[in-house]
Design a protein around this ligand. Structure first.
Ligand code: FAD
Length: 474
């Protein structure tokens, strides 16, 4: 299956001297079709996405980002912005246009006194937390370590500290951002406050963030891991999770997952490939209190294995990496879920059983807490604060020949779950290329109108449109 962008663009042909002058203006590297490294540079996490940009600007710093935005605007080039390259919808690469690749921008500065970090947009969560751990600190964001900080933060940001400290965007104190006009602005609570409101949930719609400033927290050891049950126990385990999770304290972030065990260092080799049901946990708080909270979860039923242990937070954040290897074909659909009755549980378990690929993970995670409910849904552009659960089908497969049946199965699964799902979804967990016309409502809810106003002000020509796009009213 070929994925097309939703809008086609008329491109002005570029002559060599124009391109050469642009290349010379960069401190970083300009990669063109035919250059060594072109194919590696256009490859993103999701192998479903196979696009051939005209140019890839590997930016070395803010000056390069400004030059690239100005070059694209003047030459009417479609822009794709790449941070960690994990966009499931494939927004970080395009056909024919210019990829503004931030992945080499990995500078960071930790202020351990103020408990803040300034981070450049090419960092992954693993890299950021690796440095923060030196100070006994950690940042919210990312259930896996290799996702980029940029795309994850700008549209939301779930991770192992989310129920205690909020989403990644809730901890965003300020950004430096290059606008469509090539201007560098700072946005925070007092400078460009409307832009600051919009970047916290509005995706990459308003410009390219060149610096993120986050609040970070003391996090030493956490209790993290999986309680793994045989798949035959899935219905009981999922019901148990449904019943018990509402009383979990905010220190505990968790999910229930159905998947096949990957080859992972923390599992004996003979378990590789087993279909299982598991509860994944991370308790960030007093460890003795955490042991008590986790005891009944670990004692439930007859687990095959229990990998929960005290780990440095940055190590815990790598625990789920093996479930999402780069380079597979991925097709994700998700929606928030409030009505998780026995019929929904049965559908969830039955569809998982029939998954065409053993690389697929289906899960339900807790998506609220006292801390999240305490945040006004209009105080940032991200509206989803109180839905109890988030349902995700992360379909993954190796062989392109299996694409059709994996996508068909995912769509059938979503349709069967539909009666139980909210008209609300997290755009970062959803392949939007074939989304229905209501997706903007589902992603932005009542914040949509205000987002259009911010878009009109900062990007009225929709230069930044490969994202969960907010169309300006021209
Ligand atoms: P990219 O593909 O590089 O960027 C995606 C888009 O974000 C860009 O096209 C652009 O529109 C925008 N963007 C990125 N950086 C900038 C910037 N600096 N300025 C302006 N716009 C920018 N989400 C969660 O909330 N929690 C998770 O734990 C989580 N785990 C994931 C695990 C995997 C394996 C995958 C594939 C995805 C996961 N996601 C998760 C979803 C994730 O949030 C999105 O895929 C997100 O887009 C990834 O950000 P990125 O920078 O890596 O992506």
């Amino acid at each position: 299956m070929t994925i097309h962008e939703r809008s086609s663009d008329t491109l002005r042909p570029l002559d060599n001297s124009t391109v050469e002058a642009f290349a010379q203006s960069l401190r970083g590297e300009l990669i063109r079709r035919g250059d060594a490294g072109y194919d590696a540079a256009r490859t993103v996490f999701n192998r479903m996405i196979d696009k051939r940009p005209a140019l890839i600007a590997r930016c070395a710093g803010v000056a390069d980002v400004i030059a690239a935005v100005n070059f694209a605007r003047r030459n009417n080039l479609l822009i794709a912005v790449r941070g960690g390259g994990h966009s499931v919808s494939g927004y970080s690469v395009c056909d024919d246009g210019l990829v503004i690749d931030l992945s080499r921008m990995k500078g960071l500065y930790v202020d351990p006194i103020e408990r803040t970090v300034r981070a450049e947009p090419g960092l992954t969560w693993g890299e950021l937390n690796h440095e923060l751990q030196v100070f006994g600190l950690g940042a919210t964001g990312g259930y896996v370590s290799i996702t980029g900080i940029g795309g994850l933060t700008l549209s939301g940001g779930y991770g192992w500290l989310v129920r205690k400290h909020g989403l990644a965007l809730d901890n965003l104190r300020s950004v430096d951002l290059v606008t469509a006009e090539g201007e560098l602005l700072t946005a925070d609570a007092t400078r460009n406050p409307e832009l600051y409101w919009g970047v916290r949930g509005g995706g990459g719609n308003f410009g390219i963030v060149t610096s993120f400033e986050f609040n970070v927290y003391p996090v030493g050891q956490v209790l993290a891991g999986l309680v793994i049950h045989p798949r035959t126990a899935a219905t009981d385990l999922v019901r148990y999770y449904r019943e018990q999770s509402p009383s979990f304290p905010d220190e505990l972030t968790s999910a229930v997952l159905l998947f096949h065990l990957p080859a992972a260092p923390f599992l004996p080799p003979e378990m590789h490939g087993l279909p299982v049901a598991a509860i994944a946990v991370c308790y960030a708080g007093d460890l003795a209190a955490g042991e008590a909270v986790l005891r009944p979860i670990r004692a439930f039923g007859q687990p095959l294995a229990d990998t929960i242990e005290a780990l440095p937070y940055r190590v815990a954040q790598t625990g789920a990496d093996a479930l999402w290897p780069p380079g597979l074909h991925y097709y994700w659909k998700s929606s928030y879920l409030s009505d998780f009755d026995d019929a929904a549980v049965a559908t969830f378990v039955e569809f998982a059983e029939r998954a065409p690929s053993d690389k697929t993970v289906v899960l339900i995670e807790q998506s609220t807490s006292d801390a999240l409910r305490g945040i006004d849904p209009h105080s940032t552009a991200f509206p989803h604060r109180a839905w109890p659960l988030n349902f995700l089908i992360s379909t993954g497969w190796e062989d392109a020949a299996d694409t059709g049946r994996n996508i068909d199965w995912t769509r059938a699964f979503m349709s069967a779950m539909k009666p139980h799902l909210e008209d609300a979804s997290y755009s970062n967990y959803t392949f939007l290329g074939d989304a229905n016309e209501n997706w903007r409502h589902d992603a932005y809810g009542e914040n949509q109108r205000r987002l259009i106003n911010v878009k009109n002000r900062y990007d009225p020509a929709n230069l930044f449109r490969l994202n969960p796009n907010i169309e300006p009213r021209l």
